[in-house]
Design a protein around this ligand. Structure first.
Ligand SMILES: [Zn+2]
Length: 163
């Protein structure tokens, strides 16, 4: 770490204050060069649109493991790490959910296209056009795969609603 004003080396012993953002922090370190003495803000990790990557990754881990904010904070407390505010975790989770949904839909559509191409050599383009239009009036084998999964889940009682 070097001073942004005079390029002198900064030391952790010279931290004057810390501003925490979940698991990320900004350290305010005073330059010990007597001519400079400027206060440098040093981030403890990468940020993306103002959000520390470590907090996004923590929320992704929360989604991946099926834990909630309370369990995540219990885990952090056990590791002697500072807690993260629940609203911060939930906000990042919503962003991740939207991204995961988009990726999953795209993946399902690609898998279905591949299935149609390999399983049925005729009228490929027609079937693909049908998938992206009115799904409820299609024969089930031409519906998007997530719709088919939901249909069978409803039929077998895994989720509520009529198939
Ligand atoms: Zn300096």
């Amino acid at each position: 770490m070097f001073c942004t004003s005079c390029d002198a080396r900064l030391h952790l012993a010279d931290i004057e204050s810390e501003r925490r953002y979940g698991l990320g922090s900004i350290l305010f370190i005073r330059c010990q060069n007597s001519v400079c003495s400027s206060l440098n803000d040093v981030k403890t990790g990468k940020r993306n649109n103002g959000t520390f990557d470590i907090n996004s990754k923590l929320s992704l881990a929360m989604v991946h493991t099926g834990m909630g904010p309370v369990q995540i904070n219990n885990l952090l407390a056990t590791l002697n790490l500072p807690p993260v505010v629940s609203s911060t975790l939930k906000r990042r989770e919503q962003k991740i959910d939207t991204t995961l949904e988009t990726v999953a839909k795209k993946s399902c559509l690609e898998a279905q296209k591949e299935e149609i191409e390999k399983g049925n050599g005729k009228a490929k383009e027609k079937n693909i056009t049908m998938m992206t239009s009115d799904v409820n009036f299609m024969p089930i084998k031409f519906r998007p795969i997530e719709d088919v999964i939901l249909h069978f889940w409803k039929k077998s009682g895994v989720v509520s609603g009529s198939p």
